[in-house]
Ligand binder design. Structure first.
Ligand SMILES: [Zn+2]
Ligand SMILES: [Zn+2]
Length: 90
């Protein structure tokens, strides 16, 4: 069964296809849904991290998606670069 209404816990957009149980604050338990690409972005960092212009590298930097990109669009781009083999794992 495919449910396209599930919201991704990372980007907040619907269409999440992956899920995992989570334990939150105060013993809150549930299932978190997410896009495969959003988890990848969460693990690897975003495009600004890749370009070394995020807060890890620059004082006052941020890890938001580049201007005009949604979180999900950025995650898709991260996955594209990983699949292309051009992602720099540092
Ligand atoms: Zn997502
Ligand atoms: Zn960073």
């Amino acid at each position: 069964m495919t449910d396209h209404t599930k919201e991704c816990g990372f980007c907040g957009e619907p269409g999440a296809t992956e899920s995992m149980p989570f334990v939150g604050a105060e013993d809150e338990r549930g299932i978190m849904y997410f896009h495969e690409e959003c988890e990848l972005r969460n693990v690897l960092g975003g495009l600004k991290h890749q370009a070394k212009i995020c807060s890890c590298f620059l004082e006052g930097g941020d890890s938001n998606p580049p201007a005009g990109m949604t979180d999900h669009a950025e995650a898709l781009e991260v996955m594209r670069l990983v699949k292309l083999g051009t992602w720099n794992y540092g």
